[in-house]
Design a protein around this ligand. Sequence first.
Ligand code: MIC
Ligand code: SF4
Length: 749
Amino acid sequence: MIKAVYSRFPQRVEAARKVTGKPLTLTEKILYTHLWMGNAETAFERGKSYVDFAPDRVAMQDATAQMALLQFMQAGRKKVAVPSTVHCDHLIQARVGSTQDLSDALSKNNEVFNFLSSISNKYGIGFWKPGAGIIHQVVLENYAFPGGMMIGTDSHTVNAGGLGMVAIGVGGADAMDVMAGMAWELKFPKLIGIKLTGKLNGWCSAKDVILKVAGILTVKGGTGCIVEYFGEGAQSLSCTGKGTICNMGAEIGATTSTFGYDDSMERYLRSTGRPEVADLANAIREHLTGDAEVYANPEQYFDQVIEINLNELEPHLNGPFTPDLATPISKMKEEAAKNNWPTKVEVGLIGSCTNSSYEDIARSASLAKQVIAKNLKPKAEFSITPGSEVVRYTIQRDGFIDTFNEMGATVYANACGPCIGMWARVGADKKEKNTIVHSFNRNFQSRNDGNPNTLAFVASPELTTALAIAGDLTFNPITDTLVNENGEHVKLDPPTGDELPTKGFDAEDPGYQAPAEDGSGVEVNVATDSERLQLLAPFSDWDGQNITGARVLIKAKGKCTTDHISMAGQWLRFRGHLDNIANNTLIGATNFFNGAQNSVKNQLTGTYDEVPRVQRAYKAAGVPTLVVGDQNYGEGSSREHAAMQPRHLGVRAILVKSFARIHETNLKKQGMLALTFNNEADYDKIQENDVVNFTDLVSFAPDKPLHLELVHEDGSKETIAVNHTYNAQQIEWFKAGGALNLIRKGLVN
Ligand code: MIC
Ligand code: SF4
């Protein structure tokens, strides 16, 4: 497959240069070489044109693959059309340590793992067993390749940008399209160029680059954009460091991020056993990076340019509750005091798909070593979740796990664990205000341990390790000293560590199961009484009428991420059962009218009740509803459950100030109306007891706003305009009651 992609690459790049009439960024090269139509015939307008692409591969993780594959089953195909893989990583709870936790997960999730393994076997999908590692790390080690394009049912699919891909997070319905051999549609993104100068040194690591970028661009600054990094600073970063930067680019809402092919990528490909991919890439090297003219005059070719000097970068701590609240470590004393953040660090956690490379672990271990050598006593708990079995085996072989153990650390299974709330943290149920530091990427309220009063700060693994040793959020390892067990003041030496293992990567069993050559005889069972899995019933189509007499289920106030709409943690167990998981719909969102979570007025009875219960009552009574929200609604995860659940429960429209990209697409795919206020201030006009009537849905058309009549309780009426981004095809999805219904009817492409 890679050979085929590379053999057409030069000619397609040439075609793209011709139609655009200018030198090309790397992003444009990858996009234009992956057009569904083949060679480019027209130039696309950034931020405007909807374009059909042909991605090279698909990756899915266990928590989203269930829904993606339940949908794929309905498409009536024999085999996936492009190489695809499933990775079991989200359903393993971190409790006591890897061996016990993995065996507990295997028995608890047996039904789901069996379903995923057999459905993968049947349809020609590679299956990575529980314990093999986290999807993005495994993809980087095995599948990512420079210049490729992939999609994955997880927002951090973008990690593969570290190996020069355009890798994009999507909902399961999008993955299904590609696996079923159809085109994948994306609005042609805008381009942000980030020029890195200088070189990282001392306590700074790649993570600090993206922590800084998140502070500059905020959680929505990257929406609709691909971020391309370049410059001597970019080339000086390791491949996995680049992966970290791309990975956390999901937190600025970027469609994806990428880097041009360079020596660090070649080293990584060779070290992970893919010398032939490196040779192939070398043969078309000049096409796998942006054109020199572009990088010489970036302002002319990118929509926005940011420059960061790595020599001047400082280690950062981002948080709490949002990944873009960036504080350089030297300012933390001041900020913590000002905001009343508890400065005692209770737990430091390293690992996750974002930061569990050999280099990350080696550099953190160099700090752990100093604990013994300098007679220190770590003040906080400390844990590691390795990203893959290959990394785990290799760091064990090289002695790092022993070093961490000497420091009293817990090594969890190679899985998401605490990053996704699969963490049985002792005492979290007491809901005490406390501080933790981790090297993951997200820190939304309640995400890690279910305690809304846990303040989670995101940092590099190195800084996380240092702060766990110090037990103090305000400890600046560059300037401060620690008092050791002998009462002496000691300083931590800056972290050091190899980028790649000198003895190479290794593993006894990486955990891969290849699919059957002919899977037609493989049976996939879904028990009708299962509480974990449920076959999908089609959603009903639109009746062609204006929606009238609608009620406001909830007007969400402030941040409403996918974690607020469909929580993870304990709810992950229902990811394959739409009706059961629907019982968590919007329970984390704050009701504007009473400031409470999971308490909304049922207009049929006048009483307040839980959101899913109220919505089920409206559905039973045939009352249409809408959800109203604030900025960047649906930020965070790719989980399409956040769109399917309200849809399943009978919500008809989501009306917000702005959407996160993946969530907006997921809503469209599932036949929902995703609408934005034409005038953001109209958010304030929506009252709790309003009745809402669509006045012109019957003439729903591209580029044409819709109008809603709000009938207030006192009888007064006002009409507001709402915008949408549906193109003609997407309007067909709405009419059919969801994209899948069109596929079922054989009406697509
Ligand atoms: C996450 O980091 O929030 C997740 C869990 O990996 C999600 C996917 C999911 O909800 O299953 C993501 O980022 O897309
Ligand atoms: Fe897993 Fe966390 Fe990475 Fe999501 S961000 S894939 S939950 S490790």
